[in-house]
Write a protein that binds this ligand. Structure first.
Ligand SMILES: NC(=O)c1ccc[n+]([C@@H]2O[C@H](COP(=O)([O-])OP(=O)(O)OC[C@H]3O[C@@H](n4cnc5c(N)ncnc54)[C@H](O)[C@@H]3O)[C@@H](O)[C@H]2O)c1
Length: 361
């Protein structure tokens, strides 16, 4: 229980790369010693890029490594629950990507088993660590806006990079499941975990009906016990690369935080260049290149915090319990969109159902 926390990563693609890069940035607290992913060549490539010494094709083999203390799960949503249970039973602390699970029973079991096995269940919600958003919350907590009555969070792009996201059987839902989970978590955290009273949701598949049965646009209104309202806007039908924003409205003030465009360099290029921002289609013409993208999102800060939690130096600020709250609101959101009206919490979804099942006819 001293020295750097030894980490194993499950998965080797998009989010796994972010985990590896973020631990490397915060390398005084943790080191990634292993990666496990089933597609031959993929974990090796990640291992080479970040100097990770051990590579596995089966994550269960990785869990036999005694020195690994923390395992991060950067695999498709439908695998989160089984992987979490396997990690916990192997005595490893778990850092699970969002959304926590596919069903409410899975979420409950994950929280339960980790508690019984005495391991941490850390919920990878980086918006709790995004420096610009953390600043907005600090100001709100200092009273800058007086009584806050409305918090908005939006995330939009033109759709995810891997086929499994579009397959609701493996993802559990469309854009609301994929990115609405960030907005719900954000509003809940921002409003100091005031319980969610009700959820109202409107959703539709406007652009990508050829690719998915899931929704590619969603609007969600959350009512909190404090009286404040959260507005969560998400799209997979938005051109121009990732757009991520927050607004905070109070009786005494307001703040606007535009994560990418606000930090970017408004740029015109006739010829194009290497990379602008996540999911941007190109770099010719007008573009908004970001710098220090991972840091601006808060990923290295998140991984550093979680490593310090494993060492008992900090108390987790994003846990499986938060992920469970988000799951309940997701279910309520899909049920609301199906019935065309508000759904009150607590909300118990039908046993074994995925969030999208409550909306699909
Ligand atoms: N926090 C964020 O902002 C954020 C961003 C993107 C993705 N995510 C989440 O991260 C998770 C992974 O998404 P991604 O974008 O990296 O997807 P991806 O398709 O890019 O990568 C998925 C990885 O999982 C691996 N995998 C599949 N089956 C496996 C198995 N049985 N054992 C081990 N590995 C297996 C694949 O080989 C691949 O390496 C998802 O839950 C997603 O919602 C979070």
């Amino acid at each position: 229980m001293s020295g750097k926390v030894k980490v194993g990563i499950i998965g080797s693609q998009f989010e796994a790369d972010i985990h590896a890069a973020s631990f490397q940035i915060g390398s005084e607290e943790a080191e990634v010693v292993a990666v496990a992913s089933p597609t031959p060549g993929h974990p090796e490539t990640l291992a080479r890029r970040y100097g990770i010494p051990r590579v596995f094709t089966d994550y269960r083999q990785m869990l036999l490594e005694k020195d690994i203390e923390l395992v991060t799960i950067a695999a498709p949503n439908y695998l989160h629950a089984q992987m979490t249970l396997d990690c916990a039973r192997a005595g490893k602390h778990v850092l699970c990507e969002k959304p926590l699970a596919m069903t409410i029973e899975e979420a409950d079991e994950m929280v339960d088993v980790c508690r019984r096995e005495g391991v941490l269940l850390l919920y990878a919600e980086e918006l709790f660590f995004t420096p610009k958003y953390v600043k907005a919350k600090e100001m709100a907590d200092q009273g800058a806006f007086g009584r806050v009555h409305l918090v908005k969070q939006s995330e939009r792009h033109f759709g995810p990079h891997s086929p499994w996201f579009w397959d609701v059987g493996r993802s559990g839902g469309g854009v609301f499941m994929d990115m609405g989970c960030h907005g719900i978590a954000f509003c809940y955290w921002f409003l100091n975990r005031s319980p969610i009273r009700s959820v109202y949701c409107q959703m539709g598949t406007h652009v990508h009906g050829d690719k998915t049965r899931g929704e590619d646009e969603s609007l969600c209104i959350l009512e909190f016990e404090s009286g404040a309202v959260g507005l969560v806007e998400n799209s997979w039908a938005h051109r121009g690369g990732m757009d991520d924003r927050v607004e905070v409205h109070g009786e005494g003030g307001v703040t606007y935080a535009n994560l990418h465009m606000g930090n970017a360099l408004p740029t015109y290029s006739e010829y194009g260049y290497g990379y602008a921002v996540e999911k941007a289609p190109g770099t010719k013409g007008w573009s908004y290149p970001v710098f220090e993208e991972l840091w601006n999102y808060g990923f290295p800060q998140e991984m550093r915090h979680f490593a310090r939690c494993v060492r008992g130096k900090e108390e987790p600020i994003a846990t499986g319990q938060d992920g469970r709250v988000v799951m309940e609101a997701l279910f309520a959101g899909y049920a609301s969109a199906a019935k065309g009206g508000k759904v009150c919490l607590p909300f118990q979804p039908p046993a074994g159902k995925k969030p999208i099942d409550l909306w699909l006819k």
